[in-house]
Design a protein around this ligand. Sequence first.
Ligand SMILES: [Zn+2]
Length: 318
Amino acid sequence: MNRRLAPVAVAAALALTATACSSSGSPGGSATDRGERLSVVTSFYPLQFATQSIAGDAVDVTVLTKPGAEPHDLEIAAQDLSRLTRADLVVYSKGFQPAVDDAVEQVDAEHVVDVSPAAHLTLTAAEEAGHAGESEAQHAEHAEGGTDPHFWLDPQRYASVAEAIRARLAELDPERAATYDANAKAFVGRLTALDEEFETTLKGCTTKDLVTSHAAFSYLAERYGFEQHGIAGVSPEAEPSAAALAEITELVKEHGVTTIYQETLVEPHFAETVASSSGATVATLDPLEGITDASAGSDYFEVMRSNLAALEQGQNCS
Ligand SMILES: [Zn+2]
């Protein structure tokens, strides 16, 4: 396999070196100049969706996390690693998927864009999902995940990331820069409209506590004035202790929370436990880590509007 791939890799490396060395875009440099489609590998759904929306059909955009797979614990197979090292560009967000963080270290930095600086990852999961009265050790346990990576659930942060992707595509493929600019403008325009819809709809909610199954909604909560209480930590695998479950059930009762949110890719067991022992009902809030047949829409915008409808009802906003 290495012998078959080697000439391709060398040719690509030479071509890309040529691009890198010629700021004026001399002939024969980019993949498009060679009559090939640019290939961009993205690490999970929101990055795939933004990149595809901005790049259009001229670019071959693929994703490492398969639809329906839980992205936090993604494993990278050998063929994925080879896709990564041969791609014209790899789009990922450092700190979300440890396997991707490791794999991109084997990719030339010229061909990688980490969107996390553009995402303004200012919240830690612990700050938003921490429960009052827990011990130091319990706190450390769910603070382990550190920074909350789920920036795309805040349309403004997602727009900032889209802009970073646009800039990198334009740099890589200057001939299509005008197309990328126009597509990015349209994409950001849709995000701005979505943000305004959230803002308007969620203005008068009487329930401010947002009880979710995994702590994916810190940025959404901050943007629209909720306080998130995650039953699990920032990664859905971090199972809650019995004490944490009891504590969150108590909070639900005391604060008059009427709805507990479960999600599509994670087993609803804990959300149901809290709901049944507190008298609340269960609704779905999708963290948009992947689109499947079970999703309440076929893309980010549709699912976010479904989330908005669930919040409007569950947080008692009308
Ligand atoms: Zn998550």
